[in-house]
Write a protein that binds this ligand. Structure first.
Ligand SMILES: [Mn+2]
Length: 324
């Protein structure tokens, strides 16, 4: 299958305000250093790097980041979510394929909102594939930690329990029945009840072990195709096994293997239904020599059409013998 050239808009959101562990704010730069842009250019896509959204530096004498109050961190998360939503919406209106590079997973409050708002104007249903060890479906009421990176899906699906500060014209809405979470293996008790009652599809690691990625992904892709929908993919580094992706702040053993993760991306590419992507939770401070950053770049390349055999490696070309 030939790669169709796309206009890819990279937007970094350099923040760890939604997480309890610091370092994810360095994620966008680490992905660039690992060759994200070059990998996409190699596939003959057009790439526009819009730089990073970030909060203004603190005033001199302000408390260090490690002592920030929960209210200050929430303000950071929501300010960035609103800006991400507005910026992302513009990029989608211009026909681009936005790639939101985090940052912790709270940035998806803004990125998925952008997609929901854009698709709302086109009457297109939105589907979300959340590739993650966690379900990120807590609310301020159910969350054991209060960290906002564990809540974006619940907010986007319209769960109660979020106060007025979370709501504004920037916030989009998605249907919980159009959400699939794949790679899950750490879900909190009250969160599990919510997921079940809202009809969220949870493809946990046991299902992957028993049925395999191919059968499960076919189901996800078919539903998007049948509805003529837009699929947003949200890729959390901790979906992968910590042995191959150590660079995250909330690692859980027993994750996706290297090939399972690539196969998901390859199938998503072939499906042609993906229109936007998050790459989140990469923590370069905890990574081992760029191993996780490089893995994420390779996975993104698979989503954008890189294959093992290349595009033109058919027998006819081989027979001409002009290329070595
Ligand atoms: Mn996550």
């Amino acid at each position: 299958m030939a790669v169709k050239s796309k206009r890819i808009d990279l937007l970094g959101i350099a923040t760890a305000a939604g997480a309890s562990v610091r370092g994810a704010g360095m994620g966008p730069e680490a992905l660039r250093v690992a060759g994200l842009i070059e990998a996409l250019l190699d596939l003959e896509h057009e790439v526009i790097d819009h730089g990073d959204l970030r909060r203004a530096p603190p005033s001199p004498g302000a408390s260090p980041a490690s002592q920030r109050l929960p209210d200050e961190r929430r303000n950071d998360v929501l300010d960035l979510a609103a800006r991400t939503s507005d910026h992302g919406c513009e990029l989608l209106q211009q026909g681009g394929f936005p790639v939101f590079i985090g940052g912790d997973h709270s940035i998806a409050m803004g990125s998925v909102s952008a997609v929901a708002r854009h698709c709302d104007t086109r009457g297109k249903p939105v589907f979300v594939l959340w590739i993650d060890a966690h379900a990120d479906f807590n609310t301020p009421i159910t969350s054991p930690t209060g960290n906002l990176h564990g809540m974006p899906l619940a907010l986007l699906c319209g769960e109660p329990g979020f106060d007025d500060s979370f709501h504004g014209p920037w916030l989009g809405r998605i249907d919980s029945r159009n959400v699939s979470i794949i790679g899950a293996r750490s879900i909190d008790r009250d969160e599990r009840r919510l997921l079940q009652s809202r009809g969220v599809e949870v493809i946990d690691m046991r299902k992957i072990d028993e049925l395999g990625v191919v059968a499960l992904m076919r189901g996800v892709i078919e539903r998007v195709k049948n509805a003529g929908g837009h699929l947003h993919v949200s890729l959390d580094v901790d979906a992968m096994d910590p042995a191959i992706a150590p660079g995250g702040g909330t690692l859980v053993p027993g994750g996706l293997s290297y090939r399972e993760a690539h196969l998901i991306m390859e199938m998503l590419h072939d499906s042609g239904v993906v229109g936007s992507l998050d790459v989140v939770e990469l923590n370069p401070f905890l990574d081992h020599g760029g191993q996780s950053a490089t893995l994420l770049v390779d996975l993104v390349a698979s989503l954008f059409g890189r294959t093992i055999m290349g595009e033109e490696a058919g027998p006819m070309e081989f027979a001409t013998g002009e290329d070595s």
